[in-house]
Design a protein. Structure first.
Length: 170
């Protein structure tokens, strides 16, 4: 089941956020950094609680047997070159590894697309880590295409990764 996030979901969203990073990025990000994310649970829970209460970003959650197992966060595009009111942005989409391949990511995306379109957006963008082949395949299968001229760098704790922006017109 896909539904809008509620403030009481904040802890589960934060936990899925951390665990999904540890699962999805284990071959891209140093293990010690990923392990250290466990110490950020309380801070992330507070941040998600505030975000959900404020409605920015909009968050939808995937539930299986009353357990929150994935979520998607979306908003107007935050990119400097975005035309206001035209492009929405998928800020993040995470599903626990044991639920990969069950269609929950696609269902979350379909709900997000419906939400963005209902607010007048005609396109969506998102950023994907270079080398995250599973995510790249997933977004490609949804119809997103890379904008190779749009890249950015993420640096944390002595490591650096590159992201590429992907785009989809509705």
């Amino acid at each position: 089941m896909i539904r809008s996030a509620e403030p009481h979901d904040a802890g589960a969203i934060a936990a899925v956020h951390i665990r999904s990073w540890q699962q999805a990025y284990r071959d891209l990000i140093p293990g010690d950094y990923l392990a250290s994310l466990d110490t950020t649970l309380d801070r992330r829970t507070e941040q998600w609680s505030i975000s959900i209460q404020n409605g920015e970003p909009q968050v939808f959650v995937a539930m299986e047997d009353e357990r929150l197992v994935g979520w998607i966060a979306l908003s107007a595009s935050r990119d400097e070159d975005a035309e206001p009111g035209v492009s929405g942005e998928v800020q993040a989409l995470y599903v626990l590894e044991e639920y990969w391949g069950r269609g929950l990511g696609r269902l979350l995306w379909l709900k997000a697309r419906e939400h963005l379109a209902s607010r007048g957006f005609r396109a969506a963008t998102l950023w994907v880590l270079v080398g995250n082949e599973r995510a790249i395949r997933f977004y490609h299968n949804l119809g997103f295409t890379p904008v190779h001229s749009s890249k950015r760098t993420i640096s944390r704790s002595g490591w650096t990764l590159e992201e590429v922006r992907y785009h989809l017109d509705f």
